[in-house]
Design a protein around this ligand. Structure first.
Ligand SMILES: Cc1ncc(COP(=O)(O)O)c(C=O)c1O
Length: 436
């Protein structure tokens, strides 16, 4: 990594003032949080000069690695030229990005609305579905995550993220296709995808029979990279459409090649969404949320609404540059190749360490679920925390997730090299060996 050009940072002072001046819910990883000061590709450095391999990429957000020079240059150039316009005026960057999104998304998705986060992208999608259908009820998934507005908290299928008991009315949670912990106690090879079929009874018994939409992630990210069986979405979306509902596909984590071979995670399952949402990797770290819909659906949204910062020329320039690099580097293909390599390491770890109960994911979105005992599948939360700390000691940053806090999430930059995957896996193995 290049030497730092920023003035020295006192890590202890940053940690102390973080505690004093930020809400306690702004929680950091690790007993002693890492004060990051620099990043370059898959590497980051902290204020004490330690370097780490970053295999969580700012929560699947720096898809091209830290400080990609073309994204940085695009931001610098746009900021020097025109930093903000609001959406009252059309700009070149916003139309370039909207056109590119229409090109890389599946089916008839074409018209976009830009915001500044995944939460807002999902809010926009839900509002649009309600406006288009004239209906109010939404089907979401248990173990799903949608963000931190009241609507998003209510859509989210995790009690720890809900925080308050008052929820938005009209949201019903269907079973998660969580095969490792099947909610119906069935086995994947003989279950007949009953979790998807149960949506029909959910609609018949808990809604008016006319849902506005079904919102789901192709792989449940915060849920612990829960990967559905291949038939799941065709069945689930087929049922929702039979009752007049739209399908909102949340690609906030899975979008932009992350799952390998395709730009969008849902393309693995052969289902065309009516509305799709993006954020995270869309601009390699700049705050952008996007909601794209078919023209028929999008054109229903004619009332007054505005996102002051949505579609800002600087963040759109970052998005345009990010998408250009992603296309040139063919990140879906790279994610598939490096994902296979990473997966092989994780499968080998499962052979070696009995506390790894499950390995799952697609492309460069891979997880291991830690258990106390493979037979009982009791979640091993303590071991997960130990592994996080051990990986940190070995200079590897990884993520945590899952309802029970026992899933390790691994999602490095999609430009990660073969050597870096092997290096990260070697660090991971040393960390796993230290878990008691
Ligand atoms: C699938 C999914 N949707 C929505 C969101 C909310 O995004 P944001 O944190 O940018 O509001 C997240 C965030 O992790 C997410 O994973």
């Amino acid at each position: 990594m290049q030497p730092s050009t920023v003035s020295a940072v006192n890590a202890a002072d940053v940690r102390a003032r973080h505690k004093e001046f930020l809400f306690p819910c702004v929680a950091n990883y690790y007993e002693e949080p890492i004060v990051l000061t620099r990043g370059d590709g898959c590497c980051v450095a902290d204020a004490d000069g330690r370097e780490y391999l970053d295999f969580f990429g700012g929560i699947l957000t720096v898809g091209l690695g830290h400080c990609h020079p073309e994204v940085t240059a695009a931001v610098e150039e746009q900021m020097a030229q025109l930093g903000h316009t609001s959406t009252l005026y059309p700009t070149q960057p916003i139309v370039d990005v909207a056109e590119q999104l229409a090109k890389i998304t599946p089916g008839k998705l074409k018209k976009s609305f830009f915001t500044t986060s995944g939460t807002e992208a999902d809010e926009t999608a839900i509002l649009l579905a309600k406006i288009f259908t004239g209906k109010d009820e939404i089907i979401a998934l248990r173990h799903g995550y949608s963000g931190r507005s009241l609507n998003a908290l209510s859509l989210t299928g995790h009690s720890p993220w809900r925080l308050i008991s008052t929820q938005v009315a009209g949201i019903k949670h269907a079973l998660s296709p969580y095969c490792y912990r099947c909610p119906l106690g069935l086995a994947p090879d003989s279950c007949g995808v009953r979790c998807a079929k149960d949506i029909e009874e959910l609609i018949q018994t808990t809604t008016s029979g006319h849902p506005a939409a079904f919102i789901a992630e192709p792989i449940q990210g915060v849920g612990g990279f829960i990967t559905p069986p291949p038939e799941y979405f065709e069945i689930a979306v087929g049922i929702v459409r039979k009752y007049g509902g739209l399908f909102i596909c949340d690609e906030v984590q899975t979008g932009f090649g992350r799952t390998g071979d395709h730009w969008c995670g849902i393309e693995h399952w052969g289902v065309e969404p009516d509305i799709m949402t993006f954020a995270k990797a869309i601009a390699n770290g700049a705050p952008v949320g996007a909601t794209i819909a078919t023209p028929e659906v999008a054109d229903a949204f004619t009332g007054l609404t505005i996102s002051t910062f949505g579609g800002n020329p600087v963040t759109m320039a970052a998005t345009r540059a990010t998408l250009q690099v992603m296309e040139r580097e063919n990140v879906p293909k790279r994610a598939a190749e490096r994902g296979r390599q990473l997966r092989a390491h994780l499968e080998a770890f499962k052979e070696e360490f009995a506390f790894i109960g499950d390995v799952r994911g697609m492309g460069l979105m891979q997880a291991i679920e830690l258990v106390e005992d493979r037979a009982t599948k009791e979640p091993a939360k303590g071991k997960t925390n130990q592994l996080m700390e051990a990986a940190k000691r070995h200079g590897l940053l990884i993520g945590k997730g899952g309802l029970y806090g026992n899933v390790i999430r691994i999602a490095p930059s999609m430009l990660v090299t073969e050597a870096e995957i092997n290096d990260g896996a070697a660090r991971m193995r040393r960390a796993l060996a230290e878990v008691k």
